[in-house]
Design a protein around this ligand. Structure first.
Ligand code: ATP
Ligand code: MG
Length: 254
């Protein structure tokens, strides 16, 4: 029965800050194993959408469901219990703790969740496996503050993975990376989806890279969802070109 429900679903989701409607009646459903990109101009509401999808920001109107269960109004811990994990646009790692201890924090968080552990791939309980996957095994004893910002982004992904999620929300994990680091990040994200059977929703401004790797993309503009389709469909959408791609696609296609 569970399998018939999307893993995560927003229905007419609206988030207002005073008079500003940051997310405006957005509906979207995310199924098992999907790799979905989210693009849109600065201030389009992408991060706010993630904040609502992970229970970090309260919803003003509309509904949220995880595997068919209504989570509207629930706190972030309940979303986590339903297997929703996310990274933040500004990485949030424990600077004084070692890289390994940061991963352990995620593992301990998952350990407290009865039931979740058995349903997820066993190897994800393993600190060494996670450090290998994110490529930080050699740096595991360094304080998180001592690794580069791009390595901190990888670490944040590792912390999220350690909670054994079903759905991983990535907010601009490739921002500020060099071209080769961006490509490595994209390859990592594909492995997460393929090897761990995760649903990944990925916000990124590096549109040409993103569109090469995802099979579906949502476009937000002024809080509204203006497109939801394959990369081929979205790049041909007149409203999307007008709102966003006209500027972004000027970057050379690699
Ligand atoms: N806590 C808040 N209080 C008031 N306004 C907010 C808050 N968070 C976001 N906003 C506003 O909501 C709108 C959407 O912001 P959001 O951060 O979701 O955009 P974004 O698409 O993630 O942009 P970017 O690409 O720059 O990260 C913006 O106008 C922003 O200023
Ligand atoms: Mg943002």
């Amino acid at each position: 029965m569970r399998a018939t429900h999307p893993l995560l679903e927003a229905r007419e989701l609206t988030v207002r800050f005073g008079g500003l409607t940051a997310v405006d009646a957005v509906s979207a459903a995310f199924g098992a194993g999907e790799l979905v990109g989210i693009i849109g101009p600065n201030g389009a509401g992408k991060t706010t959408f993630f904040n609502a999808l992970s229970g970090v920001t309260p919803v003003s109107a509309g509904e949220l469901f995880a595997q068919g269960q209504r989570l509207t109004g629930a706190g972030a811990h309940r979303f986590a219990r339903h297997g929703i994990a996310r990274t933040f646009q500004t990485p949030r790692v424990f600077a004084e703790l070692s890289v390994a201890a940061n991963v352990d924090f995620g593992l301990q968080f998952a350990g407290r969740r009865a039931g979740a552990a058995q349903e997820r791939p066993r190897w994800l309980v393993d600190e060494a496996a996670i450090l290998d996957l994110i490529g930080l095994a050699r740096l595991k004893d360094l304080p998180a503050a001592a690794v580069t910002p791009s390595q901190q982004r990888l670490l944040e992904i590792g912390m999220a993975l350690a909670t054994r999620p079903r759905v991983l929300l990535l907010d601009e994990v490739a921002a500020g990376l060099t071209e080769s680091e961006v490509e490595a990040m994209a390859q990592l994200i594909r492995r997460l989806r393929e090897e761990l059977d995760l649903t990944v929703i990925w916000i990124e401004h590096a549109v040409t890279t993103l569109l090469r790797h995802v099979e579906r993309v949502l476009v937000l503009h002024q809080g509204r969802k203006i497109a939801d389709g394959t990369p081929e469909e979205v790049v041909r959408n007149a409203e999307v070109i007008e709102a966003y791609l006209g500027d972004e696609m000027v970057e050379p296609v690699a």
